[in-house]
Ligand binder design. Structure first.
Ligand code: SF4
Length: 463
């Protein structure tokens, strides 16, 4: 099987072996499900929930297409390129196995999926966990075996053991013109604060060292619940970004905030970063900086003077890292708008940035905005953006040389260890390389002296 996570499969099979050792009578054959998970961390969390549910019912996770009784493909439908990748993945699963259930964001386009792959068994939309599980039951009935108790209390995860995504809400109340997520996932629906905390505490007890808080709009957390309190450790805990950040910070793991918008109340969370309660890191998908483009995009908090706000945040927490994503070539973006963005990037000292060339997403209201930017102009702006970002990033990382920093180890290989600093999220940001270091393992948090830097990564020696 080309795509499913090797880690989840290895973990699941180890547990099956343990059960087999303890069994006295031959067991009926365990039904096996293959899983292909595409898209963003939010989709990954959906996959984890589905897998957890299936494991609790006695299914095991197949290592490859051949060994699976059915394959679930969790798709992404955000951009046309993602839809194409999803269709290809479904095709690959159809060729490799032939019994395929499709779920996820692209699942809302059932007609298109069935037109390309008429043989798929079922198609469900995003976070329709029950429907996916029931489609799996239809395809391969579960074993009713009371001895199946293979699911750890923290659930099953597709990430390495030492970090985990923690989803605090679904959906989004914003209506950015380039985005169809609210039509796919609905309005903001926050989880009660104690539900989030129970999950977070279980993860930390199971060995998770870093919690990556995700949602579509993390700083809006609890708005739909009117910030309702729920009991946590004998006291009421409000469903509010600040209160939740503080409570998560008390668990003793690294806490990293993703998908935060620069609403004024975010100011109150910065002191928690300065105190070391949560990581000095904010993932804020700005998408642009020019006021006219932001207005056309209908971005949340677009009226805020963000460069000024970031400067104030850094007065409170000097080593705050900002990671962001940007879109170039949005309809109507002029050369002036683009230059504004480049200047802003340098002024705001955005530590890490991803850049996308604008793609018209089917169903997005931005498609009706005049002034489409030609592809070659998008391409040229993308290169200029990346070059400008490289300069900003190099300069920030050069300043780290000689300092001693905390490093979380992600993997160990023959050259030493590969980790990350507090300013780097897994998969999307940079690394810290510890060449020649021995005796480390994934999940260790150590102190290291930075000896070298390039545009995106650091090299360090154990301090
Ligand atoms: S904030 Fe905007 S881009 Fe993000 S999910 Fe909501 S509508 Fe989409």
């Amino acid at each position: 099987m080309a795509r499913p996570s090797v880690k989840i499969k290895a973990k699941a099979s180890a547990k099956v072996r343990r059960l087999a050792h303890g069994a006295v009578a031959p067991q009926p054959r365990t039904p096996k499900v293959g899983f292909v998970s595409l898209g963003c961390p939010k989709a990954l969390v959906d996959s984890e929930r589905i897998i957890t549910k299936l494991r609790s019912e006695g299914y095991s996770i197949a290592r490859d297409y051949d060994g699976a009784d059915v394959v679930v493909v969790n798709t992404c439908g955000f951009l046309d390129s993602a839809k194409k990748e999803s269709l290809d993945a479904i095709g690959e699963a159809m060729n490799g196995n032939g019994r395929v259930i499709v779920t996820g964001c692209f699942g809302v386009e059932e007609d298109r999926i069935r037109e390309a792959h008429p043989g798929v068994l079922a198609v469900t939309g995003p976070h329709q966990y029950e429907q996916v599980v029931s489609a799996v039951h239809d395809a391969v009935p579960p074993l009713h075996d009371p001895f199946f108790d293979l699911v750890p209390p923290e659930g099953l995860r597709l990430t390495p053991r030492h970090y985990a995504y923690l989803k605090i809400s679904e959906g989004c109340n914003n209506r950015c013109t380039f985005c169809i997520i609210p039509s796919l996932r609905g309005d903001l629906a926050s989880r009660p604060s104690n539900h989030v905390m129970i999950e977070a505490e279980r993860l930390v007890s199971a060995g998770v060292k870093e919690l990556l808080v995700i949602s579509q709009d993390t700083s809006a957390y609890g708005l739909d619940l009117k910030y309702a309190e729920s009991p946590w450790k004998g006291s009421p805990l409000k469903a509010r970004f600040l209160d939740l950040s503080r409570a998560l910070g008390d668990l003793g793991a690294w806490v990293r905030m993703h998908y935060v918008y620069p609403y004024p109340h975010v100011d109150h969370v910065i002191p928690l970063m300065a105190e070391g309660k949560i990581l000095p890191y904010l993932d804020i998908p700005f998408q642009h900086a020019s006021p006219s483009v932001l207005k056309a995009m209908r971005r949340p908090a677009s009226q805020e003077k963000t460069a000024e706000r970031i400067r104030r945040w850094r007065d409170v927490c000097p080593d705050l890292a900002i990671r962001s994503t940007f879109i170039v070539g949005f309809p109507g973006e002029t050369e002036e708008d683009f230059q504004f963005l480049l200047d802003w990037l340098k002024e705001a000292k955005i530590n890490r940035a991803g850049c996308f060339k604008y793609e018209a997403v089917e169903g997005a209201t931005a498609n009706a905005i005049e002034g489409a930017v030609p592809e070659e102009v998008k391409e040229e702006r993308w290169h200029r953006f990346m070059a400008a970002q490289k300069d900003v990033s190099s300069e920030i990382l050069r300043e780290k040389v000689g300092s001693t920093i905390d490093i979380i180890i992600d993997e160990v290989d023959e050259d030493g260890a590969i980790g990350r600093s507090k300013w780097d999220a897994p998969d999307i940001d940079g690394n810290v390389f510890l060449n020649g270091e021995e005796g480390l393992k994934a999940g260790d948090i150590i102190r290291g002296k930075v000896v070298e830097a390039d545009e995106y990564d650091l090299w360090a020696e154990r301090a």
